[in-house]
Design a protein around this ligand. Structure first.
Ligand code: SF4
Length: 475
C-alpha cells in the first residue's frame, strides 16, 4: 500500500476543520467547484493517472480560498453510466477518512478544507489527496478496474467544466421524470449518512430523490446490484397503506429496523405526518410558518435570514441528525419536480416562500397558477411582508385562513360571551409556535379568567405525568 503523510480511517468521518485551522479552503459557499464521476470505456482511462489544471497546494496562499473541481474517469467490465452518481457520492465518504481533511456536500455544493497540520506533516500536493482517493475507490469498489483523476484549481477552467457538469447532473435527474412510485415494486435505501445520523432512514423512490440530491432510484438500483454489500440496498415496497401520503409497509419495516425502533412509520410525501427523516446532507430545508399556515424552503447557498427569523444553518441544525422533525423537512432539489411533492399537505399550494436563487432554479417546474404567488426575500423578508404579499397575490392559503377564522368566529359565538372587560388577546401574528402545524387555527379563547387553547393536528410530547389525589383540607 502506498504511503501517505496523513492517517486514513473511517474514524475521521465527521471531523470538522474550522476557520483559522485550515491551510486552504477549496470550493465552498464563497467560491465555486464540483465533483463528477464519468463512466468510460477502458481505452479512455489511464489507470492511476493524475492531472492538475491550475495551482497546486505549494503555490497557494496560506488561509486562501480557491475554486476546485474533481473529475474521476472510471472503467471496468461492470461499470455503466448508472453507477456514476453512486461512485461520485463515495468521494465524500472516502475523502473524509483522511485525518485533517474536511469534505462537505456533493455535486456543485462541495466544500473542502485542508488542515494546517496536514501540510505540517508533509502534505505537499493535491496529487497525494487524489492518489489516496483513487486507492480507496479501487479497494472499496472492486468493480472499478481503472481510475484516473483530473483536479482543477484554475478558476476559468472550473467555470467552463462546471457548466458541462451541470448539464450531466440535469440529464441524470431527468431520467426519473416518467417513472413513478406505483410503477415499481422496489425502492432503495442508503446507509451512508448513518455514520453521523444513526437513526436516519434514507428511502429513494422514483418520485423522491435522495435528500443529498445525488442519488436517484436508478442510481440506487445500479449500486445495490453491483455492490450488494455496500450502503445501498433494495426495499421491497410491500402494501401501500396511504397512496397520498406515500406510506408503505415495506418502508415502515425498514424504518423500524434502521432507526432501532425510533421511527416505525414514514410517509414519503408528507411534511407534517410521519415525515421522512432528515440526515444533514439535504440540499434544501423546508420550514413551517404557523403565522401564515404555509411552508418556506431555503437552500444551503442562501446566506440571509428566512422570514421565520432563522438562517439555513440554524434550521439545518434543528432538522438534521436523522430525526423525524414535524415542522422542518430536508429534501433534494429534484423532489420539487416530483408530481407527488408534499402532496399530503397540499403540494405547491402550501408553499409560500422560497429563497430567490432556489425559486429561479425550479421556476419552470412550479405550476403556473402558483408561481407568482410564492414570495422570495425580495418581496417578503419577514412575516409581516409575507402575509401582505400572500393576501395581495391571492395565494390559495389565504382562503384557508379565512375559512378557519370564520370557523373560529362561529365557535366563539356559540360560547357565552364575557361579562367583564378582558385584556386584549394575542392575535395570530403574535403567536409563535414554530413546530406545531395548523397553528393558524389557534387560539380559541373563551371565558374570562380562563383560557382554553385548542391544538388541532398537533403532536404533544409529555416527559412525565404525575397524578395526585387532592387531599381534602380539614378546617
Ligand atoms: S442523503 Fe441519503 S442517499 Fe444521500 S448519502 Fe445520505 S443516506 Fe445516502
Amino acid at each position: 500500500m502506498e504511503e501517505f503523510p496523513f492517517d486514513i480511517s473511517p474514524m475521521y468521518e465527521g471531523e470538522r476543520v474550522r476557520k483559522g485551522e485550515y491551510y486552504v479552503e477549496l470550493a465552498g459557499p464563497k467560491s465555486i467547484g464540483f465533483e463528477l464521476v464519468r463512466a468510460c470505456s477502458p481505452d479512455e482511462v489511464e489507470d492511476g493517472k493524475f492531472t492538475l489544471i491550475g495551482p497546486d497546494l505549494a503555490d497557494m496562499e496560506e488561509e486562501g480560498r480557491y475554486p476546485f473541481a474533481m473529475i474521476y474517469k472510471i472503467a471496468g467490465e461492470q461499470v455503466e453510466e448508472d453507477l456514476e452518481a453512486i461512485v461520485e457520492r463515495r468521494n465524500h465518504d472516502f475523502q473524509n477518512y483522511f485525518h485533517g481533511y474536511m469534505h462537505l456536500n456533493q455535486r456543485y455544493d462541495i466544500w473542502i478544507r485542508i488542515h494546517k497540520d496536514m501540510v505540517k506533516n508533509g502534505l505537499k500536493s493535491l496529487e497525494q489527496i487524489a492518489r489516496a482517493t483513487m486507492m480507496l475507490f479501487k479497494s472499496e469498489l472492486p468493480f472499478i478496474e481503472k481510475i484516473e483523476a483530473i483536479y482543477i484549481t484554475d478558476e476559468n477552467t472550473v467555470k467552463e467544466e462546471l457548466e458541462k457538469a451541470m448539464e450531466i447532473y440535469r440529464k441524470r435527474d431527468e431520467r426519473t421524470r416518467n417513472l413513478h412510485d406505483e410503477d415499481v415494486d422496489t425502492f432503495y435505501g442508503c446507509l451512508l449518512c448513518q455514520s453521523f445520523a444513526p437513526t436516519n432512514v434514507c428511502v429513494i423512490t422514483p418520485d423522491r430523490v435522495s435528500l443529498c440530491g445525488a442519488i436517484n432510484w436508478f442510481d440506487g438500483r445500479a449500486a445495490a446490484k453491483v455492490d450488494p454489500e455496500g450502503p445501498n440496498f433494495p426495499i421491497p415496497k410491500g402494501e401501500c397503506i396511504d397512496p397520498v401520503g406515500g406510506e408503505y409497509t415495506g418502508v415502515n419495516e425498514v424504518a423500524a429496523e434502521l432507526s432501532g425502533g425510533e421511527y416505525t412509520r414514514i410517509k414519503l410525501h408528507s411534511f407534517f405526518e410521519y415525515p421522512h427523516t432528515s440526515c444533514g446532507c439535504f440540499e434544501v430545508v423546508g420550514f413551517y410558518m404557523p403565522e401564515v399556515d404555509g411552508i418556506g424552503w431555503v437552500d444551503r447557498n442562501f446566506s440571509g435570514i428566512a422570514p421565520n427569523g432563522l438562517p439555513f444553518s440554524t434550521m439545518a441544525g434543528q432538522t438534521g441528525g436523522g430525526k423525524q422533525v414535524v415542522g422542518f423537512l430536508g429534501i433534494g432539489v429534484n423532489y420539487f419536480r416530483s408530481p407527488k411533492f408534499i402532496q399530503a399537505d397540499g403540494g405547491w399550494n402550501r408553499v409560500v416562500w422560497m429563497n430567490r436563487t432556489l425559486k429561479d432554479r425550479v421556476y419552470d417546474d412550479i405550476p403556473e397558477d402558483i408561481r407568482d404567488k410564492i414570495a422570495t426575500e425580495d418581496e417578503a423578508p419577514d412575516l409581516e411582508s409575507l402575509r401582505k404579499f400572500l393576501i395581495e397575490k391571492g395565494h390559495p392559503g389565504v382562503e384557508r385562513w379565512e375559512k378557519e377564522e370564520e370557523e373560529e368566529k362561529e365557535v366563539r359565538e356559540e360560547k357565552p360571551q364575557p361579562t367583564q372587560p378582558t385584556q386584549p388577546l394575542p392575535t395570530l401574528s403574535t403567536v409563535s409556535l414554530p413546530t406545531i402545524p395548523q397553528a393558524s387555527q389557534l387560539p380559541v379563547f373563551q371565558d374570562p379568567g380562563k383560557i382554553k387553547i385548542t391544538f388541532k393536528n398537533a403532536t404533544i410530547r409529555i416527559g412525565k405525568v404525575v397524578i395526585e389525589r387532592e387531599e381534602e383540607k380539614s378546617g
